[in-house]
Design a protein around this ligand. Structure first.
Ligand code: 16G
Ligand code: ZN
Length: 510
């Protein structure tokens, strides 16, 4: 097939010579100024993927929790899932082809996948609030239209909203209607129905402080609020008009700093939450009367939700297996609580939602959350649909801050639990995360769901002997999949010891 016209189109989005980028854990992510050609080429690749799967494919322009200057792109497969590893490879292949060889590489993918170019293609596009998003998403549109694909540009949406649209479209409306209103309607109806089971909530109990990270989440919560019929009273801060995206605020800042975001007026004991830059992550927190900060992270969220679901299953007399999927970052206390007290199966995977999602699908009901607040519930069995109003409230395609928040709010209300009651389910072990810059992070190779380093030689032994010096301690290192750094995690009996261990391990990494 003659595709030579692609050459002239691609010249409008030229690749800087020598620049090489990788489709990482969550797509391409770097400074926005390096991304124009990547966007055009991901438009091409999404079109091929759509022809191949005979389905609508999503392209989301976002860099999540990264600084505002960065941007990125990820592809969404037909059921709202992340694309497969083989196609991630194609993405890297196209991204790094020099200008002259782009056509050759494109044809290579078409041949390998045996794609019928006469098939129609349909692509859904969305973006977060970064200033670079407008021109970068236009570059994606150019890529799609240069191969004759049809596009629907949703403009500003959260990442999970775009996952939802793609899933709705490919299931012909069974999952919901593919509009933002459809999304609000589906979630709010389920929330209102669930909330009927909560005994009279006081106004204080309905109040939730929300840190929107100065991003898309804040914007979308404002749109959604009327659908919630005053059952939840959200007080928004960092709502994009006032400040820079993710700067001193948002889920990642709160989790890593273990501190409240700037710009939020927190009263003692008040329930608060933070979204990240594309609203697929959420963490909760409060400060106690002594001014002490309490974080309720993804592990606490997984515990709350899985406990509730387990109770529902028992009430319904359903003999279904429920499991919680975690990563190496899961606090040791949470794992112990889930296994020993809750008696639910716990499994550990590599970092990155796609790994957790995959593992969760092995169980009747899989609750998966990374400690950083990224997660959801996935269920396969038809019998589980009996739990429809709970399940309907959950965006099953991907972790979704808005839907997670509504589930948490409903469960807390139904059980009459305060944020403090929830926090008291178990006590986190003090922990610390650090990042270390090294000349080549790829020399570190890991095994056992990233909990042990295989290379360089001697590193794991060094970590093991450092860990032995402390009580209830644990530590691991792993190369980041989104930044050029090595991440260090440590937990121990006291904060001082966790800090010291993290510091000692980071010296061992150098
Ligand atoms: C991405 C992942 C997130 C993971 C994080 C780890 C998705 C949608 N997002 O943000 O799940 O926790 O990367 O980053 O997969 P790191 O490899 O830099 O530590
Ligand atoms: Zn995100």
């Amino acid at each position: 097939m003659d595709l030579t016209w692609i050459k002239s189109y691609s010249k409008l989005h030229p690749k800087p010579e020598g620049l090489a980028l990788q489709y990482g854990t969550a797509g391409f992510r770097t400074h926005a100024k390096h991304l124009d050609h990547i966007m055009f080429r991901m438009g091409l690749l999404a079109t091929l993927r759509s022809k191949k799967t005979k389905s609508t494919i999503g392209v989301m322009v976002t860099a999540s929790h990264n600084p505002e200057e960065d941007n990125g792109v990820k592809l969404i497969d037909p059921m709202g899932e992340m694309v497969t590893a083989v196609w991630e490879g194609y993405a890297t292949q196209l991204a790094n082809a020099e200008q002259d060889s782009l056509l050759k590489e494109l044809k290579d993918v078409i041949e390998k996948e045996d794609i019928d170019m006469s098939e129609p293609a349909s692509i859904y596009i969305g973006k977060d609030t970064r200033p670079s998003g407008a021109s970068l998403s236009r570059a994606v549109l150019d890529g799609v239209s240069s191969l004759g694909g049809k596009t629907h540009d949703y403009g500003l949406v959260t990442t999970p909203q775009l996952h939802y649209m793609v899933c709705c479209c490919n299931t012909h409306g069974c999952y919901g209607s593919p509009t933002v209103e459809g999304y609000y309607q589906k979630l709010s109806q389920a929330f209102l129905q669930l909330s009927q089971n909560a005994s009279n909530c006081t106004d204080d109990q309905k109040r939730l402080l929300v840190d929107g990270a100065n991003g898309i989440g804040a914007l979308k919560m404002t749109e959604m609020e009327p659908f919630l019929c005053s059952k939840l009273h959200m007080v928004l801060s960092n709502d994009s008009s006032s400040g820079k995206l993710n700067h001193m605020c948002g889920a990642d800042y709160v989790k890593v700093q273990q501190n409240a975001p700037q710009g939020m007026n927190m009263g003692v004991g008040e329930r608060c939450c933070s979204f990240d830059g594309d609203a697929d992550r959420i963490v909760y927190y409060y400060t106690d009367s002594k001014g002490c900060f309490h974080l309720l992270d993804g592990d606490k969220i997984a515990t709350l939700i899985s406990t509730y679901l387990k109770e529902l299953l028992t009430q319904a007399g359903l003999n279904l297996q429920i499991a919680v999927v975690q990563t190496a970052y899961a606090n040791g206390s949470s794992t112990r609580y889930l296994e020993d007290v809750m008696k639910v199966a716990v499994c550990c995977t590599k970092t990155g939602v796609k790994h957790l999602h995959h593992a969760a699908q092995e169980y009747d009901i899989g609750v998966y959350f990374e400690a950083n607040g990224h997660g959801t519930v996935s269920s396969l069995k038809r019998a589980v649909r009996l739990l429809e109003s709970t399940i309907n409230l959950i965006n099953q395609t991907v972790g979704d801050a808005i839907s997670d928040m509504l589930v948490i709010e409903a469960v807390l209300a139904i059980r009459g639990m305060s944020v403090q009651d929830w926090d008291a389910i178990y006590t986190d072990l003090p922990n610390r995360q650090l990042k270390v810059t090294v000349s080549d992070r790829r020399v570190i190779d890991t095994t056992d769901a990233e909990r042990r380093a295989v290379t360089p030689e001697g590193l794991q032994d060094a970590i093991d002997s450092l860990v032995k010096k402390y009580k209830t301690a644990r530590s691991f290192v792993r190369p980041s999949g989104t930044e050029d750094v090595v991440r260090v995690y440590a937990e121990a009996d006291t904060q001082e010891n966790a800090d010291r261990l993290a510091h000692e391990v980071s010296l061992a990494v150098h």
